[in-house]
Design a protein around this ligand. Structure first.
Ligand code: EPZ
Length: 421
């Protein structure tokens, strides 16, 4: 298994291009199931999760072609489609559940392996099933698979989510585009990836309003056409590299970064002492001479502070001046990075969903292990700022969400390399 070795202490200086958003692309690709015409996605990120989604869609009968080493993906669901999403692919990536709504809308039935949990939590799908039920579907769990049918087709209805769910909102929106009548989704997720999906579906002929707000209305149509759609920039990759610049006392330009995608995070980072310049095409990040100071963070659904940047922020606060409190409100077990950061000398105590981080002057390089995507990159960030050498194992977690991370960081002077096993 590959490892990544980092020799810390170099301030990052240079330019990092921001890739397309993994979590936008993982919803846009299944949307191709809704039409028998081709959907072409531009600016797609080159990540293993995208490859996995492509494999899943191909197993369902969708033709998937990628050009320009994966930055352009054309998906065509013109032939007969299977409706079973197999355990072996689904267990690798929870986002596979996003084929459920489109398959049901297009074929009237879907059988998808239950995704199962992952390192950060149980990751149930009850809200996805509730939404599809509200559109007239029946479902049952059998042998680890969820069987969903809508023999008379889907009918528009009111979906009132008790809690905000990004994936359930995406499944509901996609299913509703082909339902008979109008659907109203209340307490909808407002993440930029939802708005991006709605723009793409609109280009395919769907009638959607309110995406990005609490209430989304969809008027069903009889069929959708093809489209070409550019994937929005990845706000989590953006935030990760903004922290890398601030933690190492560097000065980095993030090309293609849009502040409005990370406003709550950017404001919190400025509160901690970072300086963020925005010329409309890129963001440039450095830190005040005094370095970072402690701040308190609460993760919330968008537009609040994103849970996907909590682990990375914790790595920064581990060397900030003062004590910070981080409240993880979205997932029940998203502190897997804490024991590993502690091995590097961080002073962090956790109690249920709250972490108290007492800043230390310097972290020390160590051998650490990645457990999930965002925890693994928080260890890379810690290694960049630490004294000495850090080796991160199980870096396949990293490759799921960060395109060419060593290349992007070493282009800014980081001493980082991948060591094959
Ligand atoms: C999406 O996951 C993202 N993944 C996650 O990013 C992100 O952390 C999460 O949204 C929150 O922003 C993709 O977009 C592919 P949720 P999703 O449904 O849709 C509970 C990363 O690192 N819930 O908004 O699965 C759930 O347990 C990944 O890129 C239910 O109870 O998240 C969680 O506590 C990690 N029942 C909360 O809602 C359900 O049916 C939010 O989950 C669904 C969710």
């Amino acid at each position: 298994m590959d490892k990544i070795e980092i020799i810390g202490g170099t301030p990052l200086e240079g330019r990092i291009p921001i890739a397309g958003a993994k979590n936008a692309c993982l919803a846009l690709m299944p949307a191709a199931i809704l039409s028998d015409k081709p959907l072409t996605l531009m600016n797609a990120p080159r990540l293993s999760d995208i490859q996995t989604m492509g494999n899943l869609l191909e197993s369902l009968g969708v033709e998937v072609k990628s050009l320009q080493s994966g930055q352009v993906i054309t998906l065509s669901a013109h032939g007969p489609l299977k409706h079973l999403a197999d355990y072996d692919i689904v267990r690798k990536m929870r986002a596979s559940i996003l084929v459920l709504g489109p398959l049901l809308a297009r074929q009237g039935q879907a059988v998808v392996s239950q995704p199962g949990g992952c390192a950060i939590g149980a990751r149930p799908i009850d809200l996805h099933l509730y939404a599809l039920e509200r559109l007239g579907a029946d479902w049952e769990l059998k042998g680890g698979y969820v069987h969903v049918t809508a023999k008379d087709g889907l009918k528009g209805g009111v979906i009132e989510f008790p809690t905000v769910s990004v994936g359930a909102t995406e499944n509901a929106v996609m299913a509703a585009t082909l339902a008979i009548g109008t659907t109203e989704i209340r307490n909808a997720a407002k993440e930029p990836e939802i708005s991006d999906l709605a723009v793409c579906l609109g280009r395919m002929g769907a009638v959607i309003e309110g995406a990005g707000t609490d209430v989304i209305r969809i008027r069903g149509v009889t069929e959708l056409g093809g489209a070409t759609h550019p994937v929005i920039p990845d706000r989590i990759e953006m935030g990760t590299y903004m922290l890398a610049a601030a933690m190492t006392g560097g000065n980095v330009e993030l090309a293609g970064a849009k502040r409005e995608l990370v406003e709550a995070f950017a404001a919190k980072l400025e509160e901690a002492g970072a300086v963020i310049e925005d010329d409309g095409k890129s963001l440039r990040v450095r830190v005040n001479p005094g370095g970072l100071s402690a701040v308190n963070v609460v993760t919330e659904p968008y537009p609040g502070f994103p849970t996907d940047l909590q682990a990375q922020m914790m790595a920064a606060l581990a060397i900030a001046d003062g004590t910070s409190i981080l409240d993880e409100q979205i997932f029940e077990n998203r502190f897997m990075h804490v024991p590993e950061l502690t091995r590097m000398g961080a002073d962090i105590n956790t109690r249920s969903g709250t972490a108290t981080v007492k800043g230390v002057r310097k972290l020390k390089g160590a051998q650490v292990m990645a457990t999930d995507l965002r925890a693994s990159v928080s260890l890379v960030l810690a290694g960049l700022a630490a004294e000495g050498t850090t080796t991160v194992s199980r870096v396949y977690h990293l490759d799921r969400g960060y395109e060419q991370i060593e290349k992007k960081l070493s282009s800014c002077g980081a001493k980082i390399r991948r060591i094959g096993s």
